[in-house]
Design a protein around this ligand. Structure first.
Ligand code: TYM
Length: 338
């Protein structure tokens, strides 16, 4: 399909299920800000309908939704230039999601590794929503005809499925209606790893709090977590190539590079050869310098939930103005009497 016929538009979403980490910041939100600065149209969504695919306490969900909005805004997303909203306020997501439930195939969904990870051994007891999660995610993106989706590496398979759903819809109905969305998985920190195990993703669900930096950790906690981060005993190598078989060292350098807007090569030119006793405090200082203002601003914003709600309401209105006509046209294509 001729992608050129679609106006560039960026969409991405984050689940308001609590526990925002440095992985969410470097892999997603910091890059959302960069895309906003490029001047394309950007939509950023708190995907509360996705969050409830696993149990969420209602009060906690409300608080986490506002906190996620505060995190995005504190990180530099400007609700004037970007459309910032929560998913449940734009019913078109769920409406298109239903159509996509009827387009996606069981076999495709069964291959989704995130479902397998989240459902664990007890898949029979997982919610139907968790199984259908990727079809709703495709709807999130395609209800805006979004052309680019910045995400971390763990979302790659879902974005491939989004393209499969778009292609099957277009093929089945003989249209060129939905774009082939491009995942944007770029930069040095598309997969921030655990500080305790360089083979595991940094995640809010890891039982060890020492495995991650939480947005909101204070300076002492950040310094302590980096000081205790697992590494090998050797000093850092001189070059990026030397990091190849050193997952933990590589992860810390990638975090350093991403926080300081450097390439891996630039970061290694600065810190290559340093022992960890020297590098870790330097990394901690940089992290505190970059994260402390975000935390402070999040706290300030959270003091005024009505202002956050007003931003989300306005964002939802703007989002619906784009989504409404695309849903109407979809219903026409499918054959719904209007
Ligand atoms: P979620 O809420 O798990 O994560 C939000 C974003 O943070 C990224 N991320 C990471 N990046 C690098 N290193 C890490 N350790 C790390 N941990 C998390 C994720 O890749 C993601 O970009 N299914 C999505 C939410 C979603 C969505 C969408 C995304 C729903 N609809 C439509 C894009 C477009 C999710 O669970 O992300």
């Amino acid at each position: 399909m001729a992608e050129a016929s679609f106006t560039p538009r960026v969409f991405s979403g984050i689940q308001p299920s609590g526990g925002l980490t440095l992985g969410n910041y470097l892999g997603a939100v910091k890059r959302f800000v960069e895309m906003q600065e490029r001047g394309v149209e950007t939509l950023y969504c708190m995907v509360d309908l996705h969050a409830i695919t696993v149990w969420q306490d209602p009060e906690a969900l409300r608080r986490n939704t506002r906190q996620l909005a505060a995190f995005m805004i504190a990180s530099g997303i400007d609700p004037e230039r970007s459309i910032v909203f929560n998913q449940s306020q734009v019913p078109e997501h769920a409406q298109l999601g239903w159509i996509f439930n009827c387009v996606a195939r069981m076999g495709w969904m069964k291959r989704m590794t995130q479902f397998k990870d989240k459902a664990g051994k007890n898949a029979e007891n997982a919610s139907l929503g968790l199984f259908g999660y990727p079809a709703l995610m495709a709807a999130d993106i395609l209800i805006y005809h979004a052309t680019h989706v910045p995400v971390g590496e763990d979302q790659k398979q879902h974005l491939e499925l989004t393209r499969d759903i778009a292609a099957k819809f277009n093929h089945d109905y003989g249209v060129e209606f939905f774009p082939m969305t491009e995942p944007v998985i770029e930069g040095v920190a598309t997969k921030v790893m655990s500080l305790r195990d360089g083979s595991k993703k940094m995640s809010k669900s890891d039982p060890s709090d020492m495995s991650r930096i939480n947005m909101g950790d204070d300076a002492d906690t950040i310094a302590q977590k980096f000081r205790k981060a697992r590494t090998d005993p050797e000093p850092l190598p001189e070059t990026v190539d030397g990091l190849a078989d050193r997952a933990e060292a590589r992860n810390l350098v990638a975090i350093y590079a991403a926080l300081g807007d450097r390439t891996m090569e630039e970061a290694m030119a600065e810190v290559g050869g340093q022992p960890f006793a020297q590098f870790k405090p330097r990394l901690a200082d940089l992290a505190v310098e970059k994260l402390a203002p975000i935390s402070a601003e999040m706290t300030r914003l959270m003091d005024d939930p009505a202002q956050i709600d007003a931003i989300l309401n306005r964002g939802a209105e703007r989002a619906r103005a784009i989504a409404g006509p695309i849903l109407d046209r979809t219903y026409d294509i499918v054959g719904m009497v209007r």
